[in-house]
Design a protein around this ligand. Structure first.
Ligand code: ASP
Length: 343
């Protein structure tokens, strides 16, 4: 692998990676990004040229929202021509959501956008932040024949680079906090940086970057459970502000077959709402019609989320809802992989 010097832009949004302990309260709070660099002298050893920009007020990722997604995307768009790759430092709690949304907002990417963060602050003796950050920069800067190797939105954490919109945060304590059950890692870092070439997203470098800034928040995630109440469901589905419901179902997309349940969903669909079937399982796919318990869902026009994560389903709906598509086209597009988020 030949070495190239790449221009990397580090975008600091907040999260544990750049936090310090408030000596008075003991609570973790965000600190000035300049200090983050001072804490990692190793950055100077990298062959790449690193520039940084930061949110004026770094945030805990629990506070991420559409406005911030637009801000991150704008930062990337404004700097797209001047840099070879981007590393977004982000809190791990909602990193799968944000990176999934950004993957939809940026169409025809030909440069890497690598999200990373850490479980322990950068100043902590046992921190995981340094390896995560340094390898993310290396991956963002990786080129072959003068071209970026990774041309999609990735998430790097604890020695693995994943396709971002395939990930879920699975552990609040382990350094290995993320996984991607339905898609193999794009790269693994050990003594060598092993790239899983067949699984990288193919790129058409002639196509120009398209940025989609319009997002919708009229989405509800509804995790069903055995014994879910009719009145509760009726009340929730009656809300006119909701345009799409992600129904987290059992196993391969199964749910209650009682008349009232199917009737309420059918009514919502008739009213123009979209219902997307996503499994509660962390791996595997929805296969409506496979069991009797999902046949009616298919009949009434529920959209199959196939093997998409809930995080990516939220992101895809945020991106698709403002596009004003006819229900038929919406269903077809949702059931088609746009950024490698489903099979
Ligand atoms: N609460 C933090 C956040 O998501 C946790 C982290 O950074 O890992 O912003």
């Amino acid at each position: 692998m030949s070495k190239h010097i790449s221009n990397i832009l580090l975008i600091y949004t907040g999260g544990t990676i750049g936090m310090i302990k408030n000596p008075k309260t003991g609570a973790l709070m965000a600190f000035d990004f300049d200090k983050l660099q001072k804490n990692i002298p190793e950055l100077r050893l990298l062959e790449h040229k690193i520039s940084t920009i930061s949110f004026e007020e770094p945030i805990d990722s629990s506070n991420m929202n559409i406005r911030y997604y637009q801000k991150i995307t704008k930062m990337i768009e404004d700097n797209y021509e001047d840099f070879d790759g981007f590393v977004v430092l982000h809190g791990s709690d909602t990193m799968s959501y944000s990176s999934s949304v950004i993957s939809f907002m940026l169409e025809n990417l030909s440069k890497p956008i690598i999200f990373t963060g850490s479980q322990l602050p950068i100043g902590d003796l046992r921190t995981d932040a340094k390896e995560n950050l340094i390898t993310s920069i290396q991956l963002a800067g990786l080129k072959e024949n003068g071209k970026s190797v990774i041309t999609e939105v990735g998430l790097y954490f604890e020695y693995k680079l994943y396709r971002a919109n395939r990930t879920t945060k699975l552990n609040a304590e382990h350094f290995e906090a993320f996984d991607s059950y339905n898609y193999p890692p794009l790269a693994e870092s050990g003594v060598h940086l092993n790239i899983n070439y067949p699984y990288l997203k193919k790129v058409n470098r002639r196509k120009k970057l398209l940025v989609h800034q319009d997002l919708s928040d009229q989405i509800l995630v509804l995790k069903i459970f055995p014994g879910i109440g009719k009145e509760v469901l009726a009340h929730i589905l009656d809300t006119s502000h909701i345009k799409a419901i992600i129904l987290e179902t059992f196993g391969s997309g199964n749910a209650n077959t009682e008349d009232w349940f199917i009737h309420l969903l059918k009514k919502a669909i008739k009213e123009g709402k979209y219902v997307v079937n996503v499994t509660q399982c962390i791996g595997g796919s929805v296969n409506m019609g496979h069991y009797e318990t999902s046949q009616d869902l298919k009949k009434i026009g529920v959209i199959s989320g196939k093997d998409i994560t809930t995080e990516a389903a939220v992101a895809k709906l945020m991106y698709l809802l403002p596009k004003d598509l006819s229900p038929k086209v919406f269903k077809t597009i949702f059931e088609t992989s746009l950024r490698g988020e489903m099979k």
